[in-house]
Write a protein that binds this ligand. Structure first.
Ligand SMILES: Cc1cc2nc3c(=O)[nH]c(=O)nc-3n(C[C@H](O)[C@H](O)[C@H](O)COP(=O)(O)OP(=O)(O)OC[C@H]3O[C@@H](n4cnc5c(N)ncnc54)[C@H](O)[C@@H]3O)c2cc1C
Length: 444
């Protein structure tokens, strides 16, 4: 089998992989990127903000069960990560608030992807439509991988460092049922379609440690019964405004504090009967949040109108009395839900479950009602790493020569979320820096 040597082999060409590759080239290393799809970019093509919590204390508060070493590394590495993006000539806007507790920069992820690709093509090697069959090991160290090229031929790439960056396993129904929730495979995929857990499989085969299952996932609520037609729907149909609305399950009860964030409510809804619920907004929420911009700089779009046009289960009730006419086939009791809304309005800040960050009443008709379900972007379960991106061994210590970054990693978030681009950026850079520092040349 033909054999090739390189300093750094990167498996996966999305945010984490491209970042690691461009950084390793910048540090004077030879680099090969193996990407499974026909083009690089992964889910990063659809993202718009690099963000995380601006301070450790906030990270500790919103993500208390996340791995402490990785939490620290993410916050510490974020500023240098933004500086790195800018150093490539890609503009990052001034910081804005993201998801209430975060801070981040809007940037054109596609310009960043293009610039990384240009550098890899110019100074390294970019292989697309290339699959990785297995990692190569010697004396417990990873020394490269066996890949399959688009023409079916296989090649052994021997590398001093191998970086796994395949973007998670959200597109693998068996794995999402096993590691997220038994009902998780019913969720629509809100991500690139190629992240099927190859990084996890490769890491497991060489004895990597993995994080705790059932730690959740990143995703958003979407209207039930509306299929994504193309990736622009991933954002267009995400109902970020749910944190200002009320969400009822099939028992006609609220079950979570919606105000902590749509991405957290999404995880909670997965666990409710049939993983669906009725999202209710009033005239104020419609005006300020449904038709408004969710993050400063993001496009404003009337998501209710879009869901209605696309055949979602939507209705407008002029008053709470009109909830009596909710279609019975949806499975909810409209009279009971109206009573719950009245009770919630009367309770104000004493309402249960609490509405910690926005307990204002929903007392102005018309009411905008949509049935919603969760959609999946990437899981929080995955390969355990240290702050340098080195893969931890299940038996203790690290696996020599093996790194991971981005949505392939686990343990950073546990039923909490503070940025996917940031995690890919920070640990992609950390892995490349450490790989460059560990070795000076390719193995022979
Ligand atoms: C619609 C949408 C909007 C988002 N918005 C934001 C945002 O504004 N801010 C934010 O922080 N996060 C956002 N995210 C999340 C963010 O995009 C991801 O967290 C981030 O892209 C993860 O980087 P990654 O490199 O791990 O995965 P990806 O960027 O998805 O890249 C993984 C790559 O690996 C490739 N691959 C898979 N298997 C293999 C294999 N066996 N061999 C080789 N290659 C393989 C895939 O084809 C893909 O190119 C958004 C995601 C979506 C879908």
């Amino acid at each position: 089998m033909p054999e090739v040597n390189t300093d750094v082999l990167v498996i996966g060409g999305g945010m984490a992989g491209l970042t690691a590759a461009a950084r390793a080239l910048h540090l004077g290393k030879s680099v090969i990127v193996a990407e499974k799809a026909a083009t690089v970019g992964g889910s990063a093509q659809f993202a718009g903000y690099a963000w995380t919590t601006p301070a450790h204390a906030i990270m500790d508060e919103v993500n208390p069960r996340g791995d402490i070493e990785l939490r620290r590394a993410l916050v510490n590495g974020f500023g240098p990560g933004i500086a790195w993006i800018r150093s490539l000539g890609v503009e990052c806007a001034d910081a804005v608030t993201v998801l209430r507790y975060g801070s981040g920069h809007q940037f054109d992820t596609n310009s960043y992807i293009d610039e990384c690709r240009r550098r890899i093509r110019a100074q390294g090697e970019l292989l697309t439509e290339t699959d990785t069959r297995a990692l190569l090991t010697e004396d417990g160290s990873v020394v490269g991988a066996r890949i399959r090229l688009p023409d079916g031929t296989q090649r052994e790439i021997r590398s001093a460092a191998t970086i796994l960056a395949t973007g998670g396993f959200q597109a693998n129904p068996e794995l999402v049922e096993k590691y997220i929730h038994p009902a998780a495979s019913a969720m629509q995929l809100r991500s690139n379609p190629n992240s099927v857990g190859d990084g996890l499989r490769l890491a497991n085969a060489v004895g990597a440690a993995t994080s705790s299952a059932r730690s959740g996932f990143y995703g958003h609520l979407i209207p039930t019964g509306v299929q994504f037609r193309d990736p622009s729907d991933f954002v267009a149909l995400s109902l970020y405004y749910s944190e200002h609305a009320l969400l009822f399950n099939l028992d006609n009860r609220r079950f979570t504090d919606e105000t902590v964030g749509d991405h957290l409510t999404t995880m909670e809804l997965l666990d409710q009967p049939e993983s669906r619920g009725l999202l209710v907004a009033d005239e104020r929420v419609y005006r300020d949040w449904i038709t408004g911009s969710y993050v400063e700089g993001a496009d404003a779009l009337d998501k209710f109108e879009l869901a209605q046009r696309r055949g979602g289960r939507c209705g407008i009730a002029e008053s709470l009395d009109d909830f009596a006419y909710l279609p019975t086939e949806w499975g909810y009791n409209g009279v009971e839900i109206a009573a719950q809304i009245r009770a919630s309005n009367a309770a104000g800040p004493a309402v249960r479950p609490p509405r910690t960050y926005d307990a204002r009443p929903l007392d102005h008709g018309p009411y905008y009602v949509i049935e919603v379900c969760p959609a999946l972007t990437f899981p929080f379960y995955g390969i355990r790493i240290d702050r340098h991106g080195r893969v931890l061994a299940a038996s203790g210590g690290t696996i020599n020569g093996l790194f991971a970054a981005g949505a392939d990693i686990g343990g950073l978030y546990d039923r909490a979320y503070a940025g996917g681009i940031a995690a890919a950026l920070v640990f992609g850079l950390a892995a490349a820096d450490r790989a460059a520092a560990d070795r000076t040349g390719a193995p022979t």
